[in-house]
Structures are given as C-alpha cells and as structure tokens.
Design a protein around this ligand. Sequence first.
Ligand code: SAH
Length: 365
Amino acid sequence: MLTLNGKADLLSMNIPEIEEFISSLGEPKYRAKQIFSWMHRGVSLEGMTDISKKLRWKLAETAVVDFPTVEQKLVSKLDGTVKYLFGLHDGNVIESVIMRYKHGNSICISCEVGCPMGCKFCASTIGGLVRRLRPAELIGQVIAAERDLGERISNIVMMGIGEPLDNLDNTLKFLSLVGDPAGLNIGSRHISLSTCGLVDKIDELAKHDLQITLSISLHAADDETRSSIMPVNNKWKIEELLSACRRYFEATGRRISFEYTLISGKNDSAEYARRLASTLKHGLYRNSKPFPIHVNLIPVNEVEESGFSRSSGDAVKKFCDTLNSLGINATVRRKLGGDINASCGQLRRAKLKEDAEKSGDNTTL
Ligand code: SAH
C-alpha cells in the first residue's frame, strides 16, 4: 500500500487501490469513488459530507489526503499568469504556473524537488535533486491550483522543476489519476511532457502508447555544443535521442515537439539554425517517411549563475525564419508572466536563498 508517514496515501491511489484500503477497514467498496471524487475536487477528509462521521474519523486515524499548501502566489499584471510556490508535507517547496489561453487554463507542474540533470542554463538544477514527487504531489498541484483559482484547468504541461522521466513510475500513475472521469478527467491529449532526453525512458514511455505530447529539450544541433550545456548528452548523443524520437512516433503516432533555447552567441546564429534543420531531418527521417514535428524557440531566461544572455529579437526572428524556410515548422514561444519570475525554478531558488540568508547558512547555494 502507498503510505505517507505510516498512513495510507489516499491521494496517490486510484479507485481500485482505495477500494482495497477501505475494505481492509471493513467499509463498503462504493465509498472509494466518493472519496476519490471529493479529493480530486480539493476537499479534505473532514469536508466529505456524504460519508459518515464514523468513517471520516476512522480515515483520519489511518489515512492522509496530502494537498500542497499555497506558500506564495504571484499574479502577473501583464497577462494574468499565476505562479504558485507550494509547500510540501516535509517543508520542501515546488512551483507551478497557470497560463491563461483562449482555449482555457493550462498548468505547468513540477515533477521533482530540484533536478539531477545539471543543464547549465537552468535554475532548477543548481542545488541538485532533493527528491522525486509522489503521485499525490503531482496531482496535488493541479487540484490545489483549481481550488485556489475557483476555475477549471484543462491542460497540463510537465515542464516545471525536475525531470519527469527521472520519475517515470509516479508520472505514469499521475497520468492515469488525472485522466479518471471520476476526478479531473484531463485526457492525455491535453497533456505535454518535456524531457531533456533520457533515451531508455522515452522507449519505456512509448510502450504505454499514451496520447500525450512529447517535448524534447534539444537546445543544440551538434554534440559538442549540446554536451557543453546539457550533461545528459554525454550519455546519449543527439543521434540516439532522435532515433528514440522516431521510435516514439512510430509507436504512438503523435507529433513531437522540440524545445530550443536561444542563448546569445552560443547557439543562435543562422548557421546554427541550418545545422538544426539538417540534424533533425537526418536524425529523424533518414530511412523513413517524414513525420510531423514542431520546434519551439525560447529566448533563454537569464539565470544569474549561468552567465548566459538572451538572443536579440533580430537573431530570434532570423533563426525562426531560417528554420521555416528549410521546411522545419518553428515558432517563438510567447513569454508569459515576465513580471513575476514565472520561469522554471526561479521562485523556489529565491525562497531557498532567503531562508539561507535568514539562518546565515549558504552552503547549499
Ligand atoms: N527536465 C525537463 C522539464 C523541465 S525544464 C526538460 O529538460 O525538458 C522545461 C523546459 O524549460 C526545458 O526545455 C528546459 O530546457 C527549459 N529551460 C530551463 N531553464 C531555462 C531557461 N533559463 N531559459 C529558457 N528555458 C529554460
């Protein structure tokens, strides 16, 4: 049984698992679906009013519904983007961002506390990995944000702090929980998962034949440049990664997205754009029919420690135009929440710095 501090971790469980648990308490199975639906609407045990007080008391003794708490909330005056700093049961903090689009609210969730991958431009990985998030902590971000906003969230991107494929089992459980019609009912087609490129895990994910959108953080088109900014490239070279992408497409039929962060003077010249187009065509389509892909260009968000700076508007436009002229479908990602530190890992990092300054400890920074 899934547990948290010796009690049943109800929010990490699916309906059959809750059935099994409440049967062990001598309760009828049909209660499981009621409990599941309440939890996924953000209601904790004491608020489950159609369940007898006796059972609620029994559950309080033996189980927990572990929602994250809102530690900080920032709302962008520019575009309504909302950034949450959520507190976890053990005092760790993670971030989630709500982006408002015409087609509905989208949430970007964190998958781990910190990140083990070490990408040089990224704020989330500076202190390394602290721990992976449980299914309850993954779905808890969506539930807590919906409850706080009083609005439905219709899309999820796994692009916050951490590497989802480094936490694959819990990610798969999360995807099944979030798609349950008795709960949030957000289907795979409304979910994107972004990875720095763990090839073995991409192959494992492909076996599940999910309809999620896979986004690959590529950021460079040659191994030398990529290895210099993404340590994962020392394990799996670009060619291996692109072969895994092709296998993923063959297994799922889903278009693949590539993220390319533009760093001034590092990977943003028109020559790099041409190299990117040819690397993609060669690596993905070599002996097989072309399939749909999309390149998202992201001017790098400047992180103090990295020393990287954003490409100029002209360089970004030229890069994008060059890709499109070579038949690679590319767009520049719109920057949201520019006034609230909305990008990955920056708010948690500011909080860690503030806590360390208060306690006079800067060893973890
Ligand atoms: N670990 C996963 C998901 C989290 S990062 C991954 O690597 O894809 C989500 C996206 O933000 C990735 O494409 C990542 O490379 C990008 N990113 C991280 N730091 C950034 C920064 N400072 N500026 C722009 N993009 C950044």
